[in-house]
Ligand binder design. Structure first.
Ligand SMILES: CC(C)(COP(=O)(O)OP(=O)(O)OC[C@H]1O[C@@H](n2cnc3c(N)ncnc32)[C@H](O)[C@@H]1OP(=O)(O)O)[C@@H](O)C(=O)NCCC(=O)NCCS
Length: 193
């Protein structure tokens, strides 16, 4: 099955990092940090075993949208880039197909605090707008996940929505959420300084 990420010439290099498509062989390395409490606390699923993670959290559907972040040959994180339809009225729905991106991110806690997520996501936004030609990119997080929404603000994303006790956390109950977005126009203005 083809993925929008096939359009990108991988690997992509930044000053300190290499970005590349994820493969099934990355499952162990990704599981090693995704299973940590500080990480699984904030992400959608917390599989109990590696086998469960491999089957449900790292299957073909996930791999189609997954980018691996490497530093010096070590896997330090992963980014999800999913291309989706924009909302549209029925008569113009065709024009809204595949024009939007949804991003997600996880960095191994051992590599947080060095700006690697900012560096990787700055490049992912460039890919979204310049290579995939998307018109809008979004991301969401629990409002309590300060590291994640601060990253979005560093990236120049705009907070569009604050939902109130709308998202059910597996151990913390109903929590507030934030949705952020960035339009291609806004990104271009920012990129041009
Ligand atoms: C969200 C997450 C990726 C952010 O990671 P992070 O390390 O804080 O973000 P960056 O890699 O961009 O690093 C920024 C930090 O490095 C510091 N830094 C050091 N050198 C830097 C550099 N050269 N450039 C930029 N920042 C630098 C910044 O000051 C900042 O530190 P601060 O938060 O103390 O101000 C990470 O917390 C994570 O993976 N969390 C668990 C999973 C998760 O929540 N995923 C999102 C679900 S919605």
């Amino acid at each position: 099955m083809s993925s929008p990420l096939d359009l990108v010439g991988w690997p992509v290099r930044t000053a300190r990092l290499t970005l590349r498509r994820a493969t099934p062989a990355d499952a162990r390395a990704v599981w090693a940090y995704r299973r940590l409490d500080d990480v699984s606390r904030w992400i959608t699923a917390a599989p109990a075993t590696f086998e469960e993670f491999e089957e449900h959290g790292f299957g073909p559907d996930r791999l189609d949208a997954a980018v691996i972040v490497e530093r010096g040959g070590t896997v330090i994180g992963d980014v999800m880039v999913r291309v989706v339809d924009g909302w549209a009225q029925a008569e113009v729905a065709e024009q809204a197909r595949g024009v939007q991106g949804e991003l997600g991110w996880v960095l191994d806690p051992a590599h947080q605090g060095h700006g690697y997520a900012t560096e990787a996501l700055t490049e992912v936004l460039r890919i979204c707008f310049e290579v995939l030609r998307l018109r809008r990119v979004t991301a969401g997080c629990f409002a309590a996940n300060e590291a994640s929404w601060r990253l979005m603000e560093r990236l120049g994303m705009r907070r569009e929505t604050h939902t109130v006790r709308e998202s059910l956390h597996r151990s913390e109950g109903w929590l507030d959420g934030y949705e952020y977005a960035l339009l291609a126009d806004e990104w271009r203005e920012r990129a041009q300084g």
